[in-house]
Design a protein around this ligand. Structure first.
Ligand code: NOJ
Length: 532
């Protein structure tokens, strides 16, 4: 029923993962051939970025056909093979339902712009005679867009778009649109997809006098979508609602909207807390996060395919984070930082493990972004967010083992620190002290303790502000997570009884010394007091 609560998610792009036919693009057979890689790491669910036919001006979030697959990635048959092979291994597959907008190349838009004003066809999108409607709505892609309206000379009207101007927003006031979106859902759910990520879900409706986000009409629509998905057994909706906690929790409804939603406001605060060596920002945001329905679950993430968004921090905090994490001005994009995890953390193994210990230790289900388990780097010479979407690095051979093509869709990372010759799966798997092995071990521990996935959190407030300490309790199980966010050794004045799952060290009421960027996952001693 609620498999997503215990899930370990892995986010990847078919195009970036593994190329089976040597055309330079990753594809479905390539991904299917690597399913055992996920199982080995302990992953239980894979979230795939958009793979639909698209002009790729927003890397597939500009959909031109919702019910086909870009031929470079494969066919529907390849997709059902992927599903079968994944399910055979106990892996779930989550895909994208891009509900808010389409590409301007989608036949719906091409038809709409030519249809008479006021017709159902025209009303698939949101039109206006002037660019002045809904003036209280923010612009999201601030580096490229100056307005949420763009003039269409063919229609002789402006159309509404919350993202790029080539991504017109669908008009949810039109019942034909609502039905069409449910039909798209059915198409993928009937094939056997386990979950749908609802891209940009807060923006479905527009109303004058509002900021056009989180409107009651949008929540009512999400309830309809939920009741529809509930006609299928065991499926999951994952909302992408980059909102303040009180607005974000609304996307769970009363257990009748999405099953999951990412904790966007927490993510930058993990980095802020690390930069300051102070747990304050993490506790502050979690204290402002309301309870969620019993069936709901947060999605926790460090990095994803987008920029590290700084929309949910204050102007001062944003400036502080730019100063710390985006010293290279090319790293700034829109309201965020377009870097991968390892470069953000200066490839410091201590900080990488510490951040993964939080990703896997904080309440919610973790999402690992492909390649971050290796400490992969990025490429700031590529435009937009392409620099964090480069080919997966499998080994030290041609194109990092990703493809045999002379040219790949994007260059493989080949710099001194993060290049594929040293940073790759083969090297990581063969080195027991690698980050990859550490993550795999941490996932194993996490799976042994249901308190991680399902526990209620209790903050323990040690007197040293650099030390974050919280307990998770679920039925008979409990874990204590302690993290030193600073670059100096610290003391946690906590009465700790139990043993550290990583080192096996026993603690009996001791005040614990923690090395710089150190952490512990402490569980009660087994009966008899002996650590296996
Ligand atoms: C959110 C996606 O994560 C991002 O990659 C995309 O550009 C926007 N939605 C627009 O679809």
């Amino acid at each position: 029923m609620d498999w997503y609560k215990d899930a370990i998610f892995y986010e990847t792009h078919i195009r970036s993962f593994n190329d089976s036919n040597g055309d330079g693009f990753g594809d479905l057979p390539g991904l299917t051939a690597k399913l055992d890689y996920f199982v080995d790491l302990g992953i239980t669910a894979v979230w795939l970025l958009p793979f639909y036919p698209s002009p790729l001006k927003d890397d597939g979030y500009d959909v031109a056909d919702y019910t086909s697959i870009d031929p470079r990635y494969g066919t529907i048959e390849d997709f059902t093979t992927l599903l079968d092979e994944a399910h055979r291994r106990g892996l779930r597959i989550v895909t994208e339902l891009i509900v808010n907008h389409t590409s301007d190349q989608h036949p719906w838009f091409q038809r709409a712009r030519r249809a008479p004003a006021g017709s159902h066809e025209r009303d698939f999108y949101v039109w206006s005679d002037s660019p002045d409607r809904y003036p209280d709505t923010r612009i999201i892609f601030t580096d490229t867009e100056t307005s949420n309206w763009t003039w269409d000379p063919i229609a002789g009207a402006y159309y509404w778009h919350r993202f790029f101007s080539h991504q017109p927003d669908l008009n949810y006031d039109n019942s034909v649109v609502r039905k069409a979106v449910l039909d798209v859902m059915d198409f993928w759910l009937d094939l056997g997809v386990d979950g749908l990520r609802l891209d940009a879900v807060p923006y479905l409706y527009e109303r004058e006098g509002t900021n056009c986000e989180n409107l009651p009409e949008t929540h009512a629509e999400l309830k309809r979508i939920r009741s529809h998905i509930d006609t299928y057994p065991d499926r999951m909706l994952l909302a992408e609602a980059n909102q303040w906690p009180s607005d974000a929790v609304a996307y769970f409804g009363e257990g009748d909207e999405s099953h999951m939603n990412y904790h966007f406001p927490l993510m930058p605060r993990l980095f802020l807390a690390l930069a300051r060596g102070d747990r304050g920002p993490i506790e502050w945001i979690l204290a402002r996060t309301p309870e969620i329905p019993a069936s709901a679950q947060w999605g926790i993430f460090l990095r994803n395919h987008d920029e590290l968004t700084l929309e949910m921090v204050t102007d001062e905090e944003r400036a502080e984070m730019y100063g710390f994490y985006a010293r290279d001005p090319r790293a700034k994009l829109n309201v965020g930082i377009r870097r991968r995890l390892a470069p953000l953390l200066e490839n410091d193994p201590r900080r990488l493990r510490l951040m993964f210990s939080l990703l896997l230790g904080l309440p919610g289900s973790p999402f690992i972004y492909y390649g971050d388990e290796l400490g992969m780097g990025d490429n700031l010479d590529l435009p937009d967010r392409d620099g964090v979407r480069t080919p997966m690095q499998w080994d030290g051979l041609l194109n990092g083992g990703f493809s045999t093509a002379a040219e790949t869709f994007a260059p493989v990372i080949d710099d001194e620190v993060f290049g594929y010759r040293s940073v790759n799966v083969a090297t990581a798997v063969s080195d027991e002290s690698s980050l990859w092995h550490w993550i795999r071990n941490a996932i194993t521990i996490r799976k042994r303790h249901p308190a991680f996935a399902r526990g209620a959190v209790e903050f323990l407030n040690p007197s040293d502000p650099a030390v974050l300490a919280f307990a998770l309790h679920h039925e008979q199980d409990s874990v204590l997570v302690i993290a030193n966010l600073s670059d100096s050794a610290r003391r946690a004045d906590l009465d700790v009884e139990g043993f550290d799952e990583f080192s096996g060290t026993k603690y009996e009421g001791l005040h614990l010394e923690i090395e710089p960027y150190g952490f512990r996952w402490i569980t009660p001693l087994p009966a008899g007091g002996e650590v296996a």
